[in-house]
Design a binder for this molecule. Structure first.
Ligand code: TYD
Length: 202
C-alpha cells in the first residue's frame, strides 16, 4: 500500500486556504484513502486551549513561539504521528511554516531560534506537500470577514502581513520539493482545477 502522506495548507490570513481543505480531503477519500483533517494552533484539547490564548492574548513574541511549538508537540504526539502510523493521510491547516512566516517574518523572531524549536519538536518529520495559497495583501484584507471580530493576528498592520507573505515565499523557494504555490487570486473553479492536478500526482 502507498505510504500515508502529510499535507499542510499555508498562507496569510484571508488567502482562502481553509475553504479548500474539504475539497482536497474529498479528492483523497474518493481514492479510498482515510483522511484526518486538523489545524494549528489546535488539533487537540490542549492545543485548542492554547489556540484561544494565542489568538486573543498579548504576550512576548518568544512566549508566542514557544506556545505554538508546545501545541505542535502535543498535536504531533496525539494526532499526526498516530494517524500516519495507522496509514491515514493527514491534512493540517497550518504547521511549522506558519511559525517561520508569522513569528519569524511578521514578528522578526530569529530564524535560528525557530530552527532550534523545529529540531526539538519534529526532527524527523516534514510535510510531504505544502500548498501555499498566495495572494497580494489587498486581496487578503478584502476577504477577511467584515462581520467577524478579527483575532490578534488579523488585527496586524500591512507591514506585518507583507513580511509574513515574503517569508512564506522565501521558504517555498528554499524547499521547492515539498512546496507548491497556489495562486489564490483565481476563481474557485480555477483553484480547484489546479489543486486537482497537484493531488493527482501524489
Ligand atoms: P487561521 O489558521 O487563519 O484560522 P482562522 O481561519 O480560523 O482565523 O488562524 C491561526 C492564526 O495563527 C493565524 O493568524 C496565523 C497564526 N499562527 C502563527 O502565528 N504561528 C503558527 O505557528 C501558527 C500555526 C499559526
Amino acid at each position: 500500500m502507498q505510504m500515508a502522506k502529510f499535507i499542510t495548507f499555508e498562507g496569510i490570513d484571508g488567502a482562502g486556504k481553509s475553504t479548500h481543505i474539504p475539497f482536497v480531503a474529498e479528492l483523497l477519500r474518493a481514492r479510498g484513502l482515510t483522511v484526518v483533517t486538523t489545524r494549528e494552533p489546535g488539533g487537540t484539547a490542549l492545543g485548542e486551549s492554547l489556540r484561544d490564548l494565542l489568538l486573543h492574548q498579548t504576550m512576548h513574541l518568544e512566549t508566542e513561539a514557544l506556545l505554538m511549538f508546545a501545541a505542535r508537540r502535543e498535536h504531533l504526539a496525539q494526532v499526526i504521528e498516530p494517524a500516519l502510523a495507522r496509514g491515514d493521510w493527514v491534512i493540517s491547516d497550518r504547521f511549522t511554516d506558519a511559525s517561520f512566516a508569522y513569528q519569524g517574518g511578521g514578528r522578526q523572531l530569529s530564524r535560528d531560534k525557530l530552527e532550534m524549536l523545529e529540531r526539538w519538536v519534529h526532527p524527523h518529520r516534514q510535510p510531504d506537500l505544502t500548498l501555499l495559497f498566495d495572494v497580494p495583501l489587498e486581496v487578503a484584507r478584502a476577504r477577511l470577514d467584515a462581520e467577524r471580530t478579527p483575532d490578534k493576528f488579523e488585527q496586524e498592520h500591512a507591514a506585518f502581513f507583507s513580511a509574513t507573505r515574503d517569508e512564506y515565499l522565501r521558504r517555498a523557494a528554499q524547499f521547492p520539493a515539498r512546496f507548491r504555490i497556489v495562486d489564490a487570486t483565481q476563481s474557485m473553479d480555477a483553484t480547484r482545477a489546479h489543486l486537482q492536478t497537484l493531488i493527482a500526482v501524489l
